[in-house]
Design a protein around this ligand. Sequence first.
Ligand code: PLP
Length: 445
Amino acid sequence: MKNLIELDKRHFIHPTSSIQQQQEKGAKLIVEKGEGIYLTDINGSVFIDAMSSLWNVNIGHGRNELAEAAADQMKKLAYSSAFSTFSHEPAIKLAAKIASLAPEDLNAVFFTSGGSESNDSAVKLVRHYWKIQGHPQRRKIVALKRGYHGVAAASTSVTGIPEFWDMAGHLMNDFLHADTPYWEGTEKAIASLRSVIEEEGAENIAAFFAEPVQGAGGVLIPPSNYFKEVRNLCNEYGILFVADEVITGFGRTGKFFGIENWGVTPDLITFAKGVTSGYIPMGGVIVSDSIHNVLKDKSKGTLFHGFTYSGHPTAAAVALRNIDIIEKEGLVANAKAMGAYLLEGFKKIKEQLKIVGDVRAIGLLGAVELVQDPANNKRFSAKLQVASKVVEALHERGVICRAVTYENTDIICFSPPLIMDQLQIDSMVEKLYDAILSVQKQLIP
Ligand code: PLP
């Protein structure tokens, strides 16, 4: 254990980490094994993985079927290119399968290896689409404040969290952010989006990007009419609407794609994470027939965009098996039912404790806010780090979840595997109650 911690400090630069903190404290958890909703560390301690690791292990850990799908495919054809006119069966079948699951006429898929690549690809695809249609000035991208879309070149700037722009040196030109519907309500958020569009000139805007539920922003579920209004606004101005389903896709919200909760069809969907339940890297962009028809018009030139691993056969085989499990085991319906049950649990906690503000869940994507004064939604001083303390208290009780803290809130996020049952939710909620109570006692003696 000690040796691993020292090697980790010396050689492993962790993603999204405070390097200083890692150097001082070393890795907090070195995970060795995963089974179902549980992770076991190298000391044998068992934890409920209440975040599905990074919102992605939708079918739970340790499913042999996926290991077998990978092994079978690797023995037959581990890798071969899908560039240009080359193709292979797993990617063809996966593209057709995803097209059959995506709403309406979203029928063609471009593959990547993760969410950031998917959003960068979507930025390039929508700009290319407008350019070859004779509107090269339609380059600007509008997204939401507190939205998270990844860390590659363009996706860092689609992201509406300023700390990520700082790391890149600056926010790139032609990326703009409108107000967050969860915080502002539909009317104000739509007015903000309209004013960004009008200030920049609709004729200069390629697309609007949004997560159906803003995950990294703190599980911010928009008001029910927000996306209908977004669709209307995009139609009014001829702007493409890209739904970033990297977290919300593949059953997470109790629908196969999160945007379906609001009866709205986007023009493009970006996905990753749940497509393989994280067993192997994969992502992609689904586009509508009308966009595909423009892109494939041979008079319009070549698509100068593609990754070595676009449509990777082993990843595609794993994704197909993963989707098969989601369908055969009814995990989308389970996420819906268990999400409702989880929300009841959150509500009971809110009734019993003094520092719980808004609680919410849509499918198995939920959050609990911690506030000093629930009646007035007054937050604690940021210095107190209340959300981090609760996450720490949960860790001690064997539950891994995530704190999101920024100017107006302390949020505890939940995104457990879609296989959760009632008993497991009861146990998770009980530990959450204990953890919040222990922090509440420190704050209000
Ligand atoms: N989009 C959303 C909504 C995400 O939550 C994430 C990652 O958390 C990404 C994009 C980036 O995905 P990746 O980390 O696979 O590049």
